[in-house]
Design a protein around this ligand. Sequence first.
Ligand SMILES: Cc1cc2nc3c(=O)[nH]c(=O)nc-3n(C[C@H](O)[C@H](O)[C@H](O)COP(=O)(O)OP(=O)(O)OC[C@H]3O[C@@H](n4cnc5c(N)ncnc54)[C@H](O)[C@@H]3O)c2cc1C
Length: 392
Amino acid sequence: MVHVWKGASVTRLMPTEESVDLMAMVEDFASRELASRASDDEASATFPRDALAALGRLGILGLPFDAAYGGGEQPYEVTLQVLEEIARAWLSVGISVSVHYLSCFALANFGTEEQRERWLADMIAGDLLGAYCLSESHSGSDAAALSTRAVLDGDHYRVSGTKAWITHGGRADFYSAMVRTSDDGARGITCLLVDGGSKGLSSATPEHKMGANASPTAQVIFDDVRVPVDRVMGSVGGGFTVALAALDAGRLGIAACGVGLAQAALDAATAYAIERKQFGRSIAEFQGVSFLLADMATAVNAARALYLDAARLKDAGLPFGSMAAMAKLAATDAAMKVTTDAVQILGGAGYTQDFPAERYFREAKVLQIVEGTNQIQRMVIGRALAQPRTGS
Ligand SMILES: Cc1cc2nc3c(=O)[nH]c(=O)nc-3n(C[C@H](O)[C@H](O)[C@H](O)COP(=O)(O)OP(=O)(O)OC[C@H]3O[C@@H](n4cnc5c(N)ncnc54)[C@H](O)[C@@H]3O)c2cc1C
């Protein structure tokens, strides 16, 4: 049975009536509480912790996780469409929600039953916010070269080193941190769940970025931080596997954010093109403009179809990593192209801060870089093509 949700921008086929109600609730919240303040908070680089707390109270921060721990137990197909609606209203908040899911992934998927019972319910209940710590200043794309060191000392690890580019750095309540427990390359990495209030944990001044400045990005410094051994997620030495599995799912979140941002730019450009008159006609009537809009709409819808296809593979328990990389690549390239063309359609107005098109354009760029640059996505896709067929 098909359940139709007609949103302000998009008509969607949802799997359940419950998910239709969820989409309506999220669209309403996003337009009232997020879109209305995005420009001002981006200009002042204000982190909207209150808006994230409100999303937490609505159950959004626990949406894809097991009901047994208080999660919403929604399929990824639904979770990502919720994320898209949030990002359409305000990309920084969409990124925050996506990063929160990423930071809970290790415990939810690799933690023991006992660990999940102890910590997961609090992490997804809505009051707490997580961060995911993989990158370091010398190890970005080559993430396995990380050097933050964890040395076993009785029933604790003592962790020292600096993580770079961490979304929610200094603001998170907990960190899923990949650290080096031996010199055995990728097999010497372990994932630790670190309490944000740990002694010796601090953060640098947030980076001054091209866009998405309401989303804080900062170095996180571990100075002899003591982390109990029962906070190892998965096995000692298995942390890189945890990190890559988390990124497979996380890339779908970034794809959904890219589609949301691109949809916002398409909506803004379309409305402007209908309204704006030149040569005595609406500029939308000029083929040069309407073909641009047609290509933008096609790119947005193609990217949405791709992330939904990948999400449905994941929901069915099938391999989806290569498809997730394709969705991230296509959606974020589409976001860059569509936001660039939106500025063009607004002409001079598009280059000013009186309209959101220039902000969308600046925000799109980061999506081609985070959670593996789009060059790295092509490597993931190319490697999968060269493997015997696995179904992904
Ligand atoms: C705003 C923001 C938020 C972020 N949030 C987080 C976070 O929460 N947690 C986290 O762990 N990290 C985070 N990151 C880090 C992000 O994942 C890295 O920036 C990204 O992986 C690229 O690493 P790098 O910046 O060191 O670039 P580099 O790896 O130095 O790459 C530089 C260039 O070389 C290219 N390149 C590198 N290797 C290859 C190759 N083998 N083949 C072809 N091209 C290649 C890259 O594509 C890129 O164009 C964030 C980054 C930003 C900008």
